[in-house]
Design a protein around this ligand. Sequence first.
Ligand SMILES: Cc1cc2nc3c(=O)[nH]c(=O)nc-3n(C[C@H](O)[C@H](O)[C@H](O)COP(=O)(O)OP(=O)(O)OC[C@H]3O[C@@H](n4cnc5c(N)ncnc54)[C@H](O)[C@@H]3O)c2cc1C
Length: 507
Amino acid sequence: MGRESDFDLVVVGGGINGAGIARDAAGRGLRVLLCEQDDLASHTSSASTKLIHGGLRYLEHYEFRLVGKALVEREVLLRAAPHIIRPLRFVVPYFKGLRPAWFIRLGLFLYDHLDFGKRQLLPGSCGIRVAGHPAGAVLDGQFTRGFEYSDARVDDARLVVLNAVDAAQRGATVLTRTACTGARIDGERWVMDLADAGGGGLRQVRTRALVNATGPWVSEFLDHTLRIGARRHIRRVKGSHIVVPRLFDHDFAYLFQNPDGRVVFAIPYQGRYTLIGTTDVEWHGNPAQAAISDDEVAYLCTAVNRYFTVHIGPPDVVWSFAGVRPLVEDEKSSASAVTRDYVLEMQDNGAPLLSVFGGKITTYRKLAEDVVARLAPRLGEIGRPWTASARLPGGDIGGARFDDFLQQCAEHYPWLPAELRERLASAYGTRIARILGDARGLADLGEAIGDGLYEGELRYLVDHEWARTSEDILWRRTKLGLRALPETRTRLDAWLGAYSVPRVAIG
Ligand SMILES: Cc1cc2nc3c(=O)[nH]c(=O)nc-3n(C[C@H](O)[C@H](O)[C@H](O)COP(=O)(O)OP(=O)(O)OC[C@H]3O[C@@H](n4cnc5c(N)ncnc54)[C@H](O)[C@@H]3O)c2cc1C
């Protein structure tokens, strides 16, 4: 066993909720440790539909409070990270025989107003005629009318990483590939066992408070790791997505109603693709092993084929991913009806333990603020809430819209190929300067790994974003895995093998 270190707060789980909590707490002056058993965002938080949204369909379940809260957060997050979170306009073709037009109109009216006037960055909803609309050309001829409304899209995995980067900048210790394998109370402290799969072995840390942000593992962590028994449970609901070569070449996304009452999104993705999802299937296995089934692929293909003139089938699928929603168990029979809101549960037998049940990416910042507020009385003097008006790393693009920032990048780095420039600006925002430094041409970026990856970016990802494997880089820090050639992966593995990885000191 290594030495013990003392913290105010240890957060277990490096998904969006854990990373957000660590950032909030570190920014209030607390000594924070965040530990994640795999890579940051390895599980649910990189398998979402990638929307920062109020959740139009939750209105049907009378979730007005949740939708209102999420709509307010949508605006906050658009300002905090304009590089990785961007406005997205949705088209809803009107499908006769499903929800009546007045019902959709009422829903959209509520959606435009439930944030009590906080919406400033996004236009409101409106009715459309499909003929002549840019999104109309690919729709089947039976659709003549529809609606438009606004939401936003996010690079979910990067949102997690940026929260961890910000937490670390504010003094938090971030340990990836480090599982919490046990914890017990000693006086007024938790003593926690951490196992570092990256070669650091076992060590113990002490902390005044413990947060269980393990997402779909939340009850398991209480039952098996802490052995104190979960008083509340979650319902694990698998949701899967498919990615196909792009089905349209405009920037609108679609919300399609399904005859089973569910909705399916078709979203422009990574320039060359369309992302389609999602499904709702009860999941009883290990969340880390969730994968799409043939039935789900067929379901998603059928859902879009109902609407588009071009039809797709399983052979068109270039990538798929599945995640497990950790939903608060509320005894509802249908998985789509279970609330997407979160519940925080505090247990205090000498040292506080707060467990996070449920939640959405969209509400993570508010959740983090609520978690720290709940723990505050047990943590002594701490700073005030601060994240509502703070930017995430790279998000300080001034008053500029993202397109203007992109233009500034084009003027500053005229030698960067347009596709690479857009990718770097979108992923890193103003931190693009840290990657490009004083480079005056591609040759200054170091070894060319392939598919637009250069050594300069890799160094940044390993040194500042905890990237360790080619999968971390190709599927979470970037989405280059979608198109990377086998040679690129081989060169990337070789580069990573030769690079000396910085060790994170604890405490
Ligand atoms: C299909 C799907 C679509 C979704 N779409 C959206 C959307 O468009 N918009 C939206 O706002 N929300 C969406 N959500 C919801 C959102 O993705 C989740 O609510 C959110 O990602 C949950 O984050 P989390 O941090 O709680 O869990 P996770 O991201 O799963 O993180 C928990 C982490 O804890 C780690 N962990 C577990 N046990 C231990 C241990 N003992 N030691 C160390 N680490 C441990 C795990 O490895 C994991 O990385 C979607 C969810 C799904 C499944």
